[in-house]
Design a protein around this ligand. Structure first.
Ligand SMILES: *[C@@H]1O[C@H](CO)[C@@H](O)[C@H](O)[C@H]1NC(C)=O
Ligand SMILES: *[C@@H]1O[C@H](CO)[C@@H](O)[C@H](O)[C@H]1NC(C)=O
Length: 332
């Protein structure tokens, strides 16, 4: 339920220093995209529910017509959570998420493994989906013969990933992804799941920020050239999706049944641990600046390393010990 609200982000200016890119942005709504250095909005409270402390088995449902190059990027990203890589790594990024515990004192697990994939290329629920459709898509994946995904309430976390030709209610307007849990009456058990859409053709400026220019932002020429950060794996849509997947994994793990870690009084629209750091990827971010990140030899932006020499750009999450947004590329 955490919406990864796509506050429309406006690039204001661009500076390029040797290895650091500086980015500016502004939210369309008059609300700061992150709470670095502030604890006012960060009234994160534990509501006594479970967190995902058992090893997480990730099950992907590829819904629609997927590009195999994009699938490979996402698989490598998911395989990076529990694998060593150059620092700062995806696994280092997850260490901040691990700081959340349940009432028994158990931390969120450090074990995430890609454990199964299901290909729903025949679009079992059509090309126009809503929130409830996700449960029917999971139901289909765990019951389809001959090789269904396991229905795994103890360790399973299901990712419904929709391709460019699929419409989801609110996608591109209010959300780029969300997480929730399934109902036993539909799926057969309560399992946490997240949906994330590929925005490359529908709304990269909204959901693949900062690799695409938001709608209505000035054209590059008005800003003196290339104002768009280049994506580390060659595709703005999938590189933007990687950060949304990370966002949803962090929130599914810390608030899987929407009764554990969130801020505010309203469980229907909670502020969860990644919502609090939207648009922030490096040190110094805030007040319209996404922070310091690195660039590779080709000039592509990234802030974490993964398996097979991959690089990814992943937004920061709220650190409950430091009481600010944090990521492994932080300079302090
Ligand atoms: C578990 O969470 C507690 C509380 O945030 C933290 O002090 C501790 O370092 C965490 N353990 C691990 C292994 O991350
Ligand atoms: C898949 O995506 C890559 C990178 O974005 C692109 O170069 C390629 O043409 C795509 N393949 C197909 C079949 O669309």
């Amino acid at each position: 339920m955490d919406k990864l609200s796509c506050y429309l982000l406006l690039l204001l200016s661009f500076f390029c220093f040797r290895l650091d890119l500086s980015w500016s942005l502004e939210t369309r709504f008059n609300r700061a995209p992150n709470n670095q250095g502030s604890s006012d909005l960060a009234n994160l409270v534990y509501h006594m529910g479970p967190v995902l402390s058992s090893p997480i088995k990730l099950y992907i449902i590829w819904y629609g017509n997927w590009n195999s190059t994009h699938q490979a990027t996402i698989r490598d990203f998911l395989n990076s959570f529990s694998s060593p890589a150059l620092s700062p790594s995806v696994a280092d990024w997850w260490k901040t998420v691990r700081l959340y515990t349940d009432q028994t004192g158990s931390n969120i697990t450090d074990s995430l493994s890609l454990s199964g994939e299901f290909f729903d290329s025949r679009l079992s629920n059509g090309v126009r989906l809503n929130r409830l459709s996700m449960q029917h898509i999971i139901k289909n994946a765990v019951t389809s013969k001959p090789s269904p995904l396991p229905l795994d309430p103890r360790n399973g976390l299901y990712l419904v990933l929709t391709s460019s030709d699929v419409q989801v209610d609110e996608f591109c307007r209010a959300v780029c992804g969300f997480h929730y849990f399934s109902f036993p009456s539909i799926v057969g058990a309560t399992v946490p799941y997240a949906w994330i859409g590929y925005s490359g053709t529908q709304c990269p400026g909204v959901c693949a920020y900062p690799f695409a220019r938001p709608l209505g932002a000035p054209p590059p020429s008005a800003m003196g050239g290339n104002d768009i950060m280049r994506p580390p794996n060659g595709d703005a849509g999938v590189d933007g999706m990687v950060s949304v997947i990370a966002h949803e994994l962090a929130e599914s793990s810390s608030n899987p049944l929407v009764n554990a870690w969130y801020a505010g009084d309203n469980p229907i629209a909670p502020g969860e641990i990644a919502d609090m750091c939207l648009g922030l990827y490096g040190s110094g971010g805030g007040g319209g600046y996404v922070g310091k990140v690195s660039t590779d030899a080709g000039g592509n932006g990234y802030n974490v390393n993964g398996v097979k020499g991959r690089r990814f750009l992943v937004q920061w999450v709220w650190d409950p010990v430091k009481k600010r947004c944090f990521g492994p590329n932080a300079m302090d």
